[in-house]
Design a protein around this ligand. Structure first.
Ligand SMILES: CCCCC/C=C\C[C@@H](O)/C=C/C=C/C=C\[C@@H](O)CCCC(=O)O
Ligand SMILES: [Zn+2]
Length: 604
């Protein structure tokens, strides 16, 4: 791969020469053949005279015909990573309609097809998409770059007993056919679809949760704070422009915690802890309604503009609902996770620990990590503190969101927004105090750790040092370990223990004591189970391998299964069983997940 285009190294589609304004999708969803078959009608705006060809991004798409509707000759096509539509000479600037008839491959990287046996209800099939970062091109021949934003409408034919949902508003529902429209321009990675035997429950005025019948009531309970989160987010960020905010609780093979598809956030069922303790992922996805979906990174090198801002806003939503101590504790716990990510996932690719990365020779999926999320939000908190705290910085945040709403931007646009906002104020001396190169280009942990309130984190720090330094006998006698801690403190404590360099006596009896002290055996909190399983691996308790693999098979959220497989790959006694287990289940994973785990297991 070389540097393909100036605007976006991950796309062929030349957004500086031509842009998509609207796409009309006409799809037949074929569960038998596991394909979408149909057409897309793109309305392009040609930005330069005499453009000789349109280049679109495609991956495993079978194009059957393409028509230039605005007159001219039939374009020729060369299929490959790019779809080339040759234009007649003398093509003028302005509007140009192109219809492409095509079908997706049954192995499209952006789609997942489930048999009835892989669903809760066991009677109907299910399909869904996950297009971020660059998988929209396996679903639609398109300008698959976040530099381009377009509106869309869709007509989707599907089995009449199933419900079809998209990242859009429902325009019309007929038996076996659903019409959608998204009237706010969005990047291609936010096009999303899911079809299954789905039902909904209301969460608020313009908000519902969708899921399979068996879990929908539990989902409504778990995410009952959604309406409050939406209100809090609007107070912080400005009016909510997407009209509807629905949640869709996905099958367990959904590879991420959540995906901010407009009007319809997708979330993993691993958030169903029973006590709302993992619902902050919903606050995160709600925050994306502004940071990411309204103000969008121009390419994925500047992904921190999407995710760092979103974590920053998410933590403010949590802060307003649970208090400032919880906010700071959340930021500090995130740093525990970042430390782990830099030590393990990124240890061989330190350049990916930079806030702004170089994707000219790297696919976005391979570059994905916690860095843009956590280093990014830490940078924003650093700036907030520097410029005088939330009372100064939150009005700036709103100004920034308003300034760049409906646009796609780079880091330098953020820099100029900050300058423009503060240059004529008494804060202007702070502008020169920011070491941009240090924050944006240096590797490793954030260069400055802001002064967070440490009262909640000190407890977990002490517990982690106690459990790592004391023997089982000493711990059993200690009053410290009997103190009550919150579920978030438990999660952070276990994370810190994983990060401890040495753990004295890490054996079966220590794990047993840990489990009995904190009731871990009965916990159905996936964040807890995940960390406990990693400690069991570290303790080399081979007789609990089945349990570990059972967790790895219970969901394919990459945040959980990748580190487990990575740990197992480093345990010679368990590695063959891990590889066998992976071979058995990999067909149930999305391609992005199975490819990542192949690397984690050293198979590629
Ligand atoms: C540093 C540059 C890297 C850019 C990569 C961008 C997207 C990659 C990509 O693989 C897609 C990511 C989609 C993420 C969706 C949701 C995440 O917020 C979930 C976080 C992890 C989790 O909670 O499970
Ligand atoms: Zn996010």
């Amino acid at each position: 791969m070389g540097r393909l285009g100036v605007v976006d190294p991950s796309s062929y589609s030349q957004p500086d020469l031509i842009t998509t304004e609207h796409s009309a999708l006409n799809w037949k969803v074929d569960f038998g053949a596991t394909k979408i078959q149909g057409s897309v009608l793109h309305r392009f705006k040609v930005l330069t005279a005499n453009l000789d060809k349109i280049l679109l991004d495609v991956r495993d798409i079978n194009v059957t015909n393409a028509t230039l509707l605005a007159g001219g000759t039939m374009p020729s096509m060369i299929l490959g990573q790019k779809l080339t539509l040759e234009l007649p000479s003398g093509t003028a600037k302005g509007s140009l309609n192109v219809r492409i008839d095509y079908e997706t491959s049954s192995s499209a990287s952006g789609l997942q097809w489930l048999n009835p046996t892989q669903t809760l209800g066991k009677e109907h099939p299910y399909m869904f998409s996950q297009c971020q970062a660059i998988h929209a091109r396996s679903v639609i021949p398109c300008q698959d770059t976040p530099a381009v934003k377009f509106t869309y409408d869709a007509t989707v034919e599907h089995p009449s007993e199933l419900t079809a949902l998209m990242s859009a508003l429902i325009d019309k529902k007929e038996p076996g056919k659903t019409l959608f429209k998204q009237e706010v321009p969005i990047p291609a990675y936010l096009v999303a679809i899911a079809i299954g035997k789905l039902v909904s429950r209301p969460l608020g005025e313009n908000s519902s949760v969708w899921a399979e019948e068996a879990i929908v009531d539990a989902c409504a309970e778990e995410f009952s704070e959604t309406a409050t989160m939406l209100k809090t987010a609007s107070e912080l960020c400005g009016p909510y422009v997407w009209k509807q905010y629905d949640l869709l609780v996905m099958p367990p093979s959904f590879p991420f915690g959540g995906m901010e598809n407009p009007c319809l956030t997708f979330v993993t069922p691993t958030l169903l802890a029973g006590d709302k303790s993992l619902a902050d992922v919903v606050a995160h996805e709600i925050a994306h309604s502004w940071t990411g979906n309204l103000v969008t990174n121009k390419n994925f090198e500047h992904f921190w503009l999407n995710e760092g801002f979103t974590v920053f806003v998410e933590s403010k939503i949590v802060g307003r609902m649970q208090g400032a101590k919880e906010l700071d504790f959340k930021m500090l716990s995130n740093l525990t996770d970042l430390q782990e990510c830099i030590r393990t996932q990124l240890n061989k690719t330190p350049e990916l620990t930079k806030l702004v990365v170089d994707l000219s020779n790297c696919g976005p999926d391979d570059a994905f990590s916690s860095v843009p999320y956590i280093k990014g939000s830490t940078f924003l908190r650093y700036l907030e503190d520097l410029f005088g705290g939330p009372t100064v910085f939150e009005p700036f945040l709103r100004d920034y969101l308003k300034k760049y709403a409906y646009k796609s931007i780079e880091t330098k646009d953020f820099q100029s927004a900050l300058y423009d906002y503060f240059i004529d104020t008494d804060k202007k001396d702070k502008l020169s105090a920011v070491d941009w190169d240090l924050w944006l280009k240096s590797e490793g942990m954030p260069p400055v750790i802001p002064n967070f309130d440490e009262s909640l984190a000190n407890v977990t720090k002490e517990l982690a040092s106690l459990w790592s330094s004391k023997s089982v006998a000493e711990l059993a006698d200690s009053a410290e370990i009997k103190k009550t801690i919150s579920i978030h403190q438990l999660i952070d404590f276990l994370g810190k223990l994983i990060e401890s360099k040495d753990i004295v006596d890490l054996n079966e009896s220590k794990i047993n004591l840990l489990e009995s002290t904190y009731n871990l055996k009965s916990s159905k909190n996936a964040e807890v189970r995940f960390r406990l399983n990693r400690l069991i691996i570290r303790a080399r308790l081979i007789k609990r391998l089945d349990e570990i693999l059972e967790f790895a098979n219970s969901n394919f959220r990459m945040k959980f299964c990748r580190p487990i497989y990575r740990d197992l790959a480093g345990w010679p006694e368990a590695k063959p069983a891990a590889i066998r287990n992976f071979a058995n289940v990999k067909d149930q994973m999305m391609a992005v997940c199975s490819h990542a785990i192949e690397k984690d297991l050293g198979l590629k």
